[in-house]
Design a protein around this ligand. Sequence first.
Ligand code: FAD
Ligand code: NAG
Ligand code: NAG
Ligand code: NAG
Length: 500
Amino acid sequence: MWVPFTGSACLLLVASMCSGLSSRSQELRYPPERIAVIGAGIGGTSAAYFLRQKFGKDVLIDVFERGTVGGRLATVNLKGEDYEAEGTSIHPLNLHMKHFVKELGIPGPKRQGGLMGIFNGDEFVFEESSWYIWNFIKLLWHYGLNPLRMHMWIEEILDKFMRIYQYQAHDYAFSSIESLLHALGGVELLQMLNQTIDESMQKSGFSQKFINEVVAGVMREDFGQGTSINGFVGTLSLAGDDPGLWSVEGGNKRVCSGLLQTSKAQQISGTVISIEEKTRQNGRSGGIVKLYEVTYDSTSGLEREAYDIIMIATPLNHKSANITFLNFNPPIPEFSKPYQETVATFVHGQINASFFGYQHPSYFNLKHIVTVENSKLFINSMVTLYPVKIRKDALNPQIWKIFSPQPLTKEQMDLLFISYDATRVKTWLAYPHYSPPEKCPPLILHSRMYYQNSIECLASGMEMSAVSAQNAALLAYHRWYVNTDMIDQEDLHERLKTEL
Ligand SMILES: Cc1cc2nc3c(=O)[nH]c(=O)nc-3n(C[C@H](O)[C@H](O)[C@H](O)COP(=O)(O)OP(=O)(O)OC[C@H]3O[C@@H](n4cnc5c(N)ncnc54)[C@H](O)[C@@H]3O)c2cc1C
Ligand SMILES: *[C@@H]1O[C@H](CO)[C@@H](O)[C@H](O)[C@H]1NC(C)=O
Ligand SMILES: *[C@@H]1O[C@H](CO)[C@@H](O)[C@H](O)[C@H]1NC(C)=O
Ligand SMILES: *[C@@H]1O[C@H](CO)[C@@H](O)[C@H](O)[C@H]1NC(C)=O
């Protein structure tokens, strides 16, 4: 169905050619009429939310989704209960996620935890203990002051990262990932994209044993890759091991459907196939308007819609979005950065403690296993899960979630478990395969077309997608109304300090 486009005579024309506009730069143009968001994961749905906030109630916002709302946030059902299918954890300092949950009125976030061990393929090189003091002594014994120093190192980088919330609260936007990172922490932060977390931490004097065991364990669980990932994503990932992690009651994906509803965006079910820039004569004024024509495959066949602004909120590569950009000059480049495949296996069963080097299986009480790099290991991590809806009155079945680079074979399952009676498997194209020096794709793909998932080169995560969504909404707004003084400003940190 082709929806003819009307209005917007002054769309790309200077104010003097249109009548009845004031001279304030804010009002040089008519507001956009239609905005498309491609993807209804946390990135796309939070973009709809921020776009509505910025562009007001009249703009039409369409969100295209070929699968289910939530994208990489999903649940799986096992033995009658739903479980978080991807990562579960949201950091207490993830302020956008926190705000969404509060604004949507989703009941109190739930926390979970359990003792953790680092497995090297034969035995545990470190095991947490439930007794706090004993745990502290063990950590000191194994890793000296490394854990304490790591805490300070993370704090320093998180402090810089947190500046983004202040910038965004003041409406500032950035036109590239590099300029965003530079505004947060200068060359020092930018350099973290050029180094592996291993190099970064070695330079800061952390011991190789600590890096190979603790740091590698966390990286392998969070990103299915070892300590060769870039220093920035590595540090955020380490921060993710802080106490106080939470996830959303009922499933993290609830935030996405909530945002979609609150934003009064229209969801369109279908697969976007191509985007093409079109120039059209405007019926009323005879002026020329430039629009993006989105072609998508829906249950009723190929359809087309035209938009003023496009937000792409999915990784753009052939294996995932597979969108063709037609007739752009210069052409939109291909983004070939590979994404890492991670298999999540959900198992209701009894763990085989002797596989993990236990002489006395009855002593085994770990709920969370991470691994070091070892070619004979076929899992990255495993953790016990609780249903997304915790019922106080019922005995919740204990489910293990295993992350592995390949699907587990029957033989491997028989090694990990003494017995099991139910499994589910979900294969994810989960996150970028990081290999510093990291070169980020552009945020601005074309004059009014934005690529939110460019931010994944920095770090992939729910909060990162939300940060990028707000940035893209602000960027689209300021570029539409030519507020150049709100984009890529230097020394914001110092300036906002004196403004307050
Ligand atoms: C195994 C795993 C563990 C993780 N652990 C954590 C964690 O602990 N903490 C954390 O913060 N993050 C974690 N993440 C990362 C987090 O899930 C993602 O960073 C985040 O969900 C990405 O959201 P997004 O909206 O940017 O992209 P997506 O969720 O991928 O959304 C993109 C959407 O676009 C749709 N789409 C794609 N192409 C088209 C098309 N052509 N037409 C129409 N629709 C299209 C897709 O169907 C999808 O729904 C994990 C991810 C995985 C896979
Ligand atoms: C990172 O590396 C790229 C090339 O690999 C280089 O162009 C850039 O200047 C480097 N950035 C920093 C901050 O060192
Ligand atoms: C990508 O899209 C093209 C045409 O739109 C199609 O022929 C091709 O099979 C698709 N590739 C994948 C990996 O989905
Ligand atoms: C458990 O692990 C041990 C040691 O790897 C292995 O020999 C055994 O076959 C596994 N399975 C069971 C059911 O004990």
